[in-house]
Write a protein that binds this ligand. Sequence first.
Ligand SMILES: [Zn+2]
Length: 491
Amino acid sequence: MLAVSWALTKCCLYLKGLPTFTLQTDDRPLVPIINSYMLDMVENPRLQRMKERMSQYQFTAVWRAGKSLCIPGALSRAPVSYPTSEDMTGCAEVTAHVRFVITATTASQDKDALTIDSDRTLQDISIAAQADPTYVRLRNCISSGFPTNRYDLHASLSPYRKLQEALSTDGNLILYGARILVPAALRRHTLARLHDSHRGVEATKCRARKTIFWPGIDTDIANTIAACEPCQVLRPSQQQEPLHNDDHPSRPFESVSADFFQVAGKSFLVVADRLSGWPVVVPCKGNTTASSTIQHFCRYFREVGVPLLLCTDGGPQFTSKEFADFTERWGVHHITSSPHYPQSNGHAEAAVKAVKHLILKTAPTGNIGCEDFDCGLPELRNTPNQSGCSPAQDPTSHRWDTVGTVIGGARSREYEIRLPSGRVLRRNRRFLYPVPSPNQVPNSDLPVVPSPDMEKSSIPSKAPRWSPKLNRPTGILLLTMGLGFEKPIVS
Ligand SMILES: [Zn+2]
């Protein structure tokens, strides 16, 4: 694909505007991708980008055996010039995509390395790939095309026969859709990393489905979890039904749940975002009084932001006058679930359960300062939930902390915003939130979010919703907007 894209760019002077032309390639899997696939059918994001770039040309791809493509074959063995830096940009993109997947995977990340060293991981996978004879055989098979007769295929490659349409190569590596095919030597290590969070079979499979692949990976995941002692000891007797979310927060950290729990005689406070599920764990050091709880929340508000809604189970520290005054001061609407039915604080209960199990499995003594817990918590945050997104895909940088004024509509659904500093930015309406201007009477129709520039008293208890009024430019309106929204496209 890279070669096709390169050739089209190189010859664009002759090809652009032609009613049609024929492209000959010796790469059989490429032919259907070029000829019949729609853009959304191409799973591999790199191929998708290349295909998008090719859409300006009208052509048909046909397959020819490598030996009959004499001129390109001869020139590729005896090139007449060295590649220019422009020619190499496509290759850099290949590495960047693979590196991105690896960074998202943390798959074969060494436990000793505290930071994700994607270059080293890439190198490790690449070395293992070259040392794995099946991997090399498969890579050659993908580039030369699978034999039409199934008996001509090497026995070790038979599991890949059905998958051939989705397989592609990136340098030394093989991709299955957007997932990296892990060489056999690294699979055991990768399974161990995947299970760092000690989540259940489904959650772990879900995590793998976004990043890595090998034939039989689902069975391997199930076996790994079945063989994990802490997981078996703490296995739930009956899988619970998915929780119904009673409110529907529209952005991360708008609505949070909190609860206390005990492990090995030590108390912890867990605060979970109701939209993304992002858990924060605080060891309480034996002190769960209202005043120390307030201190923990102050730190949470400082680091994550002030939520509009806080749900707790109505424990003594949460029902105290001190805590009520505190939430009042910060403009947080605090609701408690029924006293003898803490399950109704379901969201916090689910987060508590996940974190509690993680502590029991990685730090049974309750000392969460250990590295096993540090490895597990990020993995827990990376594991996709029922919505298919992981808490980490709602980055904490998405805060509603900047107030600006709409000065006009740029394109459809986009607005030009002037910041107090005078800077003008363009943002999609997704990233904008209306707030009343200081001299405007709070209006129940107009949703607001807390911001340092606003009077705390003007915050209504009602959770905000996107106002349809903003579908068209409405002149001057104060907006709170989160910056740093340019979210990477997660494959
Ligand atoms: Zn486990």
